[in-house]
Design a protein around this ligand. Structure first.
Ligand code: BES
Ligand code: ZN
Ligand code: ZN
Length: 478
């Protein structure tokens, strides 16, 4: 489906269906008030009603509706329109501020993943056409709207790209397949691409990551994608957890909690989506995306609780639970990234802990790090982009919970509470001193995947991290 912008009043645009947002007040004097009332429409929150004889789809919206509400209502409206046989839908502007949200609602709300359906049902709806005139008839500057459309489209498509990757099965999206995906992306988007296989990982002494992947018949890969414009304003390192499957290893997950663990690669997919968007927007920011692509499995050669691993930066880790594997992979990838790229900031994205969902609920990304003002920038960026983020604060007492009697640090906490924060404090052991204030960790365990539709999301990967990161980059790397 394409989103288009026409330099024409709404009435002059030729389309099968018109979408109109109606506030309770506007409903009172609406030309189709009688007909809509008869159909049960009361202009109550999120209510949708189609008058096919008028080729009109009406969506109720609050008088003072936020961007978030417009985005979410647009997604519901487009989903409804996609169930009909109409091929095009037109809509006016609802103040330029809402344009971005409406485009996102359309592009993210129309997403379907049907790669595994033997009979996919493509929607008839091909075009969503915006007029540059407002709902009240006033006209907007077409150039400003065009640049919003171009930028928002790139970011929304990158989000859908991430969803596609996350939704693929562990059989299809192995560490090797992730590396191939990265290579294809590097060719189409003119990025540098380096892949390390097991030999390369051994040469780099990345034994934490290697141990996690050892029992799998799909060996690990380290992916490094780089976008290097000529005069970058900033250099940014992104690191993603790319567990193509997390069975838990010998600390095996239960049958029900193992289901959905194909999404444990969502952090790795997110950093690929972010670098895709940055390169397509041709931003003056050098971006490095690192993915630790690994499968955590069981077998005679599996790594074990009681093992001690030496990470790339030389620190030793006591393994007490092989299901806390993401932090082991990230330990090495963070070490590698900092050794090879000197950057202004380092951000990591990981479906790291169930505890993050306990703390913040299933929709919110946990934000952790040492730099309070930097975290605040991210909370603002997330809010502006339509993602939910919550701050999870460090303290010196929590740090003591991952002490090990045997090695430098333990991979699990000695207490059952605050698990998202103790996981981040584990990662802190692998952040160099000069980067402590430049690092933010995002736990996307809840936000990256959903089994029931919410907001602009349908069943499956959500693309968490992409929109908020582009928002932060556009705001803070000028
Ligand atoms: N990938 C999981 C975290 C996760 C759980 C993501 C549920 C999404 C949904 C991670 O590797 C894991 O298993 N973490 C353990 C850590 C524990 C053993 C300290 C967890 O959260 O239970
Ligand atoms: Zn795990
Ligand atoms: Zn995991």
């Amino acid at each position: 489906m394409n989103v288009k912008l026409y330099n024409q009043p709404l009435e002059q645009i030729d389309a099968d269906l018109t979408l109109e947002f109606v506030t309770p007040k506007q409903f009172e004097t609406h030309p189709h008030h009688g007909l809509l009332s008869k159909a049960g429409f009361k202009a109550e929150a999120d209510q949708l009603c189609t008058l096919h004889e008028h080729r009109l789809l009406v969506c109720a919206i609050a008088d003072d509706a936020s961007d978030e509400l417009y985005r979410s209502c647009m997604a519901s409206a487009i989903k409804t329109a996609m169930n009909y046989a109409y091929t095009s839908l037109k809509i006016a502007q609802y103040t330029p501020g809402h344009f971005k949200a409406l485009i996102e609602g359309a592009l993210l709300g129309s997403y379907r993943f049907e790669a595994y359906k033997s009979e996919p049902k493509p929607s008839s709806l091909l075009d969503v056409i915006f007029s540059n005139t407002n709902h009240d008839g006033s006209v907007n500057d077409i150039d400003a709207l065009e640049s919003i459309l171009a930028q928002t489209t790139v970011i929304a498509k990158a989000t859908n790209f991430v969803r596609d990757l996350v939704n693929q099965t562990p059989y299809d999206m192995t560490p090797q397949a992730m590396a191939v995906t990265a290579e294809i992306l590097s060719q189409s988007n003119n990025l540098e691409c380096t892949i390390l296989d097991v030999n390369g990982l051994e040469d780099e002494k990345m034994f934490a990551m290697l141990s996690v992947g050892r029992a799998s018949s799909n060996p690990p890969r380290l992916i490094h994608l780089a976008y290097k414009p000529e005069n970058p304003k900033k250099v940014i390192t992104l690191v993603g957890k790319g567990l193509t499957y997390d069975s838990g290893g010998l600390s095996l997950k239960g049958a029900t909690s193992m289901v959905t663990m194909k999404m444990d690669k969502a952090g790795g997919c997110a950093v690929m989506g972010i670098i895709k968007a940055v390169s397509e927007l041709k931003l003056d920011i050098e971006v490095h995306a690192f993915v630790g692509a690994v499968e955590n499995m069981i077998g005679g050669n599996a790594y074990k609780p009681d093992d001690v691993l030496r990470a790339k930066n030389g620190k030793t880790i006591e393994v007490r639970n092989t299901d806390a594997e993401g932090r082991l992979v990230l330990a090495d990838v963070l070490g590698y990234a900092q050794e090879y790229v000197k950057s202004d900031y380092i951000f990591d994205y990981a479906t790291l802990t169930g505890a993050c969902m306990v703390a913040l609920g299933p929709y919110t990304t946990g934000v952790m790090g040492h730099n309070e003002s930097l975290k605040q920038e991210w909370l603002t960026a997330a809010e502006q982009s339509g993602e939910y983020c919550g701050n999870l604060p460090f303290n010196r007492h929590l740090k003591k919970l991952i002490k090990s009697d045997l090695a430098d640090v333990s991979n699990v906490s000695s207490k059952p509470y605050g698990g998202a924060i103790t996981a981040a404090l584990f990662l802190d052991n692998f952040i160099d001193d000069n980067m402590k204030e430049k690092w933010v960790h995002f736990d996307i365990a809840g936000s990256a995947y959903t089994e029931s539709a919410w907001d602009v999301h349908t069943y499956g990967g959500t693309g968490a991290g992409v929109r908020m990161t582009l928002n932060w980059l556009l705001e803070h790397c000028k």
